[in-house]
Design a protein around this ligand. Structure first.
Ligand SMILES: [Zn+2]
Length: 109
């Protein structure tokens, strides 16, 4: 896969995540609260799940935008932290990653 393939893949992913965020937003703003107390409680729980889903999707979207920017800058195949090249196999699995395996492990710790 070359830069253009990754770009195509990232644009597709971006659309997918944007759709997901919009759908979650619609679910959270469900109109008409139910009168029943127990139903309201379960709706609140459901909202919390949706919100955390929404947050991780927002994060994913930011990473996708950053990756697209890195393609434009010509730095897509370089680790954002150490400058080493990121293996294509890793980018095929995680097209929006900005870090090599070593740096990604350090960041997660
Ligand atoms: Zn690195």
């Amino acid at each position: 896969m070359d830069e253009n393939d990754f770009k195509k893949k990232l644009i597709e992913l971006k659309q997918e995540v944007t759709h997901r965020i919009n759908a979650i937003d619609r679910d959270i703003r469900h109109e008409g609260m139910s009168a029943d107390w127990s139903e309201q409680a379960s709706e609140r729980e459901n909202d919390e799940v949706l919100e955390s889903l929404g947050n991780s999707s927002e994060q994913e979207l930011e990473m996708i935008k950053f990756a697209l920017m890195r393609i434009e800058e010509g730095t897509y195949f370089q680790c954002d932290k150490c400058g080493e090249s990121i293996p294509t196999a890793r980018l095929e699995l995680l097209p929006f990653t900005a870090h090599c395996v070593n740096c990604a492990e350090k960041i997660e710790q």
